[in-house]
Design a protein around this ligand. Structure first.
Ligand code: HEC
Length: 107
């Protein structure tokens, strides 16, 4: 019985992360890539290798979870120059961006 629950949980997690990717249509993904280069890049570097803000490379972000990074994008970091992006980026979009960053996207 517990085994069945574990399998079901794993399936649910797989299904929900697939849903996150599906929530961001290709057109919007292109806009978010543009934003990543021009807006995020102004602080994190054009190639996201760091500037005023830290590098956002896959290697550097490896210790952090997608949820934590998505929250940072949505809420910003009060007391630092990292602004909240809530007015421009939805939560599924922030999840998508965080996933892309962890997978090593370079604008
Ligand atoms: C005005 C400058 C600025 C802009 C624009 C900016 N950031 Fe940041 N960002 C920062 C700074 C500074 C930090 C480090 C905050 C700290 O000290 O914890 C940061 C932290 C982060 C982190 C957490 C990294 C870590 O190591 O904890 C992520 C993820 C991130 N930014 C993503 C983005 C994304 C995505 C965008 C564009 C939508 C963006 N940032 C735009 C300045 C900026």
């Amino acid at each position: 019985m517990p085994r069945t629950i574990a399998v079901m949980t794993a399936l649910l997690i797989a299904a929900s992360s697939a849903a996150v990717a599906a929530d961001v249509p290709p057109q919007r993904q292109a806009e978010l890539r543009y934003l990543l280069k021009h807006d995020c890049g102004s602080c994190h570097g054009m190639r996201l290798e760091g500037g005023l803000g830290p590098a956002l490379t896959a290697r550097r972000l490896a210790p952090y979870g997608v949820d934590f990074l998505a929250l940072t994008i949505i809420q910003g970091r009060p007391g630092t120059p990292m602004p909240p992006w809530r007015p421009f980026i939805s939560e599924p979009e922030a999840q998508w961006l965080a996933t892309q960053l962890k997978q090593g996207i370079r604008p």
